[in-house]
Design a protein around this ligand. Structure first.
Ligand code: ZN
Length: 334
C-alpha cells in the first residue's frame, strides 16, 4: 500500500477533513480514538488564573485546561509544590505569564521545559511595548494583563501556539481567538470611557504594590504602589511617608487593597494620612495578580478587569454602572 506524505492542510481546506490523518503527524497529541467523545484530547496546565482563562477561551473543547495558582494567591511568592511539578510534567502543553511574574517557579518551569512544551504568553510581545521600571533591576514589568489591548496580544500568541501544536484544528483556535478579542475590545472601551469620568485631579490609584503601571499607561491614571513591582521587596517607612505626602497634597479620597497582598501597608497609609488630618478610606479590594472565585464572573479575566475599573471609578468620584459593564458584578467587598 502506498503511503502519502503528511503535510499541513493548505489554506482554505477544511482542517477537519484531514484531522484524522494529521493526528499521526502530531505525536504530542493523544490519539482520539478509544477515548470518550466528551473527554478533551489534550491537557494544558497553566500558572496564574489570567493565563488559564485565555488558554481556556482559545482552546475551547479541545483541551482540559487547569490552573495552578488560585484565587487570592500571590504569584511573585508562589513556590511550586511536588504535586504541581507532577501536574506540569503530566501536561501536554504548559503556559505561564513570564517576565519573572512566577519568579520562584523558574526552576520548576525550566525542569518541565526539558520534557514538555512550555510557553510564556508574554514572550513575543514587542519589547517596545513593555515597561522597564528602573527599580526592577533591568527586568520588564510582568503585569501585562492590566492593559486589555496588550493582553489581547498575549491571547493571540496563545492562539498561534495552539495552531502549531494542534494544526488540524488551527481554524478553530483562530475563530475562537477572534470572537474573544471582540469581547476584549468592548472591555477596553468600557475601561477607557469609565475611568475618564473620574475628575482628572483625583485620577490617582494608590495600591499595595506596583501592579498597575500598564493600567495607568493604558487608561490615563496616575498610579503609585507602596511595595515595588514584586511583593518580594519590603515596604519601608520612607515608602509609606512618600505616599502619605501624595494623599494629603492631592486630597485623594480613597486607596485600594489587593486580594493577593496583605492589607497591612495600606492600613499604615490610612493611619499616616489621618495623623496629618486627611481622611482616606479603602475604596475597595482590587484583583491585581489573582482573579476572583472560580465559577464567579470575577473569576474570569473580563470580570476581574470590569470589577477593578468599576470599583476604582466609583471610589474616586467617577461614574460607573453599579454592577459594572455587564451588570454581573457581585458588588464591592472591601
Ligand atoms: Zn504583582
Amino acid at each position: 500500500m502506498k503511503s502519502e506524505p503528511l503535510k499541513r492542510p493548505p489554506a482554505g481546506v477544511a482542517a477537519a477533513a484531514v484531522a484524522g490523518l494529521l493526528l499521526a503527524a502530531a505525536p504530542h497529541l493523544r490519539a482520539e480514538s478509544g477515548r470518550s467523545p466528551a473527554r478533551p484530547p489534550y491537557r494544558a496546565v497553566c500558572t496564574v488564573g489570567m493565563v488559564t482563562d485565555i488558554v481556556r477561551q482559545v482552546a475551547g473543547e479541545r483541551a482540559a485546561v487547569e490552573g495552578i495558582i488560585g484565587e487570592g494567591v500571590d504569584p511573585h511568592l508562589y513556590q511550586a509544590t511536588r504535586g504541581d511539578v507532577a501536574r506540569l510534567l503530566d501536561a501536554d502543553i504548559v503556559f505561564y505569564n513570564g517576565l519573572l511574574l512566577e519568579g520562584r517557579m523558574t526552576d520548576a518551569l525550566i525542569k518541565v521545559a526539558r520534557k514538555r512544551p512550555v510557553f510564556a504568553v508574554t514572550e513575543l510581545i514587542d519589547a517596545a511595548l513593555l515597561l522597564e521600571p528602573p527599580e526592577f533591576q533591568g527586568h520588564h514589568d510582568p503585569h501585562v494583563w492590566m492593559d486589555v489591548r496588550l493582553w489581547s496580544r498575549c491571547t493571540e500568541q496563545v492562539a498561534r501556539t495552539l495552531q502549531e501544536f494542534d494544526p488540524p484544528h488551527a481554524d478553530e483556535y483562530l475563530a475562537r481567538y477572534r470572537r474573544y478579542a471582540r469581547e476584549l475590545e468592548r472591555l477596553d472601551e468600557y475601561a477607557r470611557a469609565t475611568l475618564a469620568t473620574i475628575p482628572a485631579e483625583r485620577r490617582v490609584l494608590v495600591t499595595a504594590h506596583d501592579a498597575f503601571n500598564y493600567f495607568g499607561r493604558a487608561y490615563n491614571v496616575r498610579v503609585a504602589g507602596i511595595q515595588g513591582i514584586s511583593t518580594e521587596s519590603e515596604a519601608g517607612i520612607a515608602d509609606i511617608n512618600r505616599l502619605v505626602d501624595l494623599l494629603v497634597q492631592a486630597k485623594i479620597p480613597a486607596v485600594f487593597v489587593e486580594t493577593s497582598v496583605s492589607e497591612k501597608n495600606v492600613r499604615a497609609l490610612i493611619e499616616g494620612a489621618a495623623a496629618r488630618g486627611h481622611s482616606v478610606r479603602i475604596g475597595g479590594s482590587l484583583f491585581s495578580d489573582a482573579m476572583g472565585r472560580p465559577g464567579a464572573y470575577e473569576g474570569t479575566y473580563i470580570g476581574m478587569i470590569d470589577h477593578n475599573v468599576t470599583t476604582i471609578a466609583q471610589a474616586l468620584g467617577g461614574s460607573a454602572p453599579p454592577r459594572g459593564m455587564k451588570g454581573l458584578l457581585a458588588g464591592n467587598r472591601p
